[in-house]
Design a protein around this ligand. Sequence first.
Ligand code: SF4
Length: 259
Amino acid sequence: MSLVSTEKADTANPAGPQHGTGLANYAGWSTQDVLRDLLCRVFPRRIALVSSFGTESAVLLHLVSEIDRAAPVIFLDTGKLFAETLRYRDALVGRLGLQDVRSVRPNERALALADPAGTLWESDPDVCCWQRKVEPLDEALAGFPAWITGRKRFQGGLRAVLPLIEREGDRVKVNALAPWSAEQLRRYIDEHDLPRHPLEAQGYRSIGCAPCTRPTAPGQDPRDGRWAGRNKTECGIHTAQPSSAPPSVAALIQTRNFA
Ligand code: SF4
């Protein structure tokens, strides 16, 4: 199939050669060519793909595996995931031959302090996400000058204006699938006969942690099933920095440091 190309809007590349990163101007490049350049030339084995192994994750994992099966892949195992997601991760890793998948768990000691009953997702989901996702990812990305996300513009909200490449502190963040549509993703999965997340057939079309994910009706925004009924649309790994931890998290970190 013809792979989705970056478009003119992506020429506003904030992390371009002028910043000394070695990045090209990727306007008009196919997604596969962008990934090949990043994985092989700019950041060989120094760029990590962060994957949730959710409903559309197979596309990016497949694209990366076709270029370098030993590319580092980070998976946040929050301790609250569906068992189906863990099985799907294992099945996809085997099918694609991925050689460096790092399943990252939250800090056990911090979790024991912050969420001894395992119900923090209900009382304070922002702190729960911080503890189980933001902080573990921050630690897992240490030493990587760049990472790849699977976010798409069609997902709307804060994602509607995603650039292909952005800068996050000292790190480069690549939203490799930003210009892809839901239909293009579906077609790619079909054409490459990639396995689907087992919960997709039950109406789960955007899948995160089990307590915070609901199925959605056909035609409904898939992300409506995430933190349904709450004023929360992102877990924080794309919107928060450790230095800007919510006050409750900052207090928690202090408690941990001095415990
Ligand atoms: S998605 Fe829910 S369970 Fe998972 S880390 Fe966030 S609040 Fe906790």
